[in-house]
Design a protein around this ligand. Structure first.
Ligand SMILES: NC(=O)c1ccc[n+]([C@@H]2O[C@H](COP(=O)([O-])OP(=O)(O)OC[C@H]3O[C@@H](n4cnc5c(N)ncnc54)[C@H](OP(=O)(O)O)[C@@H]3O)[C@@H](O)[C@H]2O)c1
Length: 304
């Protein structure tokens, strides 16, 4: 395609900003960058290739206006942490339903949806269930649908990347289960390359890809490698998962959302895949040490 037009929801998310930064450096892409709050417009990368827009999932006309003439819609809006104002149903499922309906009405061809490893509409876990339900909405929409299921995303602006550096910066920490769970962290820039590749290629039907990073390792090992980059040793102890869940249940008596038992299960679940989609999606994965170097101030310029 000569000039591919892409509409992005949740454009002010960590993935959205990294995606827009990559897109602005290409010469064949243009994006409408959708955010739901006017204040969020100021946080978006600036480029003649990016048209910022305020969208409302409750207002089909505003959604439809941002989707007119688009080759591809990239749906990034979504949450892991519920709050008083946002639930898995509203952020993960209802936004997807409203968006797909508006995309069909606007004549869009293709939707790319960023989901999560573990997504399953019959999961007892509310987060995994909502991502699974959203996948089903996307697959049943009538649009060509590409679902990319992702693990922990690492980038200077992702919640996981910031938590990793903050935790590894201390001399001694206690983490859930001693950090024994195995992760496959993915560089956010690799995900963005995969998304842009999907937007450029013609698509039919519905496909689901599991895209993970190149190196399986425990969270404890990830913390230790990050601490080494920061120039110090780290002592890692354990907070028992059952104790953390008890604390979350007690805290849940006084507030909505935050660190719940469902979130604890998500962040401690093993990130295993039968087949990595990097080849199918046409990208090469960034080696983990290069990804970590981008998170640590003063180290990012050592990567190529
Ligand atoms: N980060 C990860 O490790 C990871 C892992 C697996 C999957 N994912 C998925 O990848 C996508 C991007 O993740 P991210 O970490 O870049 O996101 P993020 O930085 O946490 O940003 C979340 C985005 O969702 C929007 N949002 C939140 N509640 C909403 C609601 N009720 N209605 C509409 N929009 C709402 C936010 O808009 P406001 O700023 O207006 O609230 C923001 O644009 C998400 O769908 C996420 O579930 C991420």
């Amino acid at each position: 395609m000569d000039n591919t037009k892409i509409a992005i929801t949740g454009a002010n998310s960590a993935v959205g900003k990294a995606l827009l930064t990559q897109l602005a450096a290409e010469n064949d892409l243009h994006a409408v960058a959708g955010v739901r709050r006017r204040e969020a417009l100021a946080t978006l990368p600036k480029s003649p290739r990016i048209t910022p827009a305020v969208i409302s999932y409750e207002d089909p006309d505003s959604l439809g206006a941002s989707l007119t003439d688009m080759d591809c819609v990239v749906h990034l809006a979504g949450i892991l942490f519920e709050s008083k104002s946002t639930t898995y149903q509203s952020a993960n499922v209802d936004t997807t339903q409203a968006l797909t309906e508006a995309a069909v009405a606007a004549g869009a061809n293709h939707i790319v949806f960023i989901s999560s490893l573990g997504a399953d509409p019959s999961s007892p876990n509310g987060y995994f269930r909502s991502k699974g339900e959203a996948e089903r909405v996307v697959a049943d929409s009538g649009l060509a649908a590409t679902v990319i299921r992702t693990p922990l995303l690492l980038g200077p602006d992702t919640a996981g990347g910031r938590a990793l550096v903050r935790t590894a910066s201390q001399p001694s920490v206690k983490v859930l289960g001693g950090g024994a769970h195995v992760l496959r962290p993915l560089d956010i820039d690799d995900l963005c390359r995969a998304i842009l590749g999907c937007c450029r290629r013609p698509a039919t039907g519905a496909t689901v890809h599991d895209l993970v990073g190149p190196t399986p390792l425990t969270y404890r090992e990830l913390l230790e490698q990050t601490a080494t980059l920061l120039g110090h040793d780290l002592s890692v102890g354990a907070t028992p998962v059952w104790l953390a869940k008890l604390g979350a249940a007690l805290a849940g008596l006084f507030r909505t959302g935050g660190m719940t038992s469902a979130v604890i299960d998500v962040i401690t679940s093993a990130e295993a895949v039968d087949r990595n989609a990097d080849g199918d999606l046409g990208i090469s994965l960034t080696p983990l040490p290069d990804t970590l170097a981008k998170l640590v101030p003063g180290e990012g310029d050592t990567t190529t």
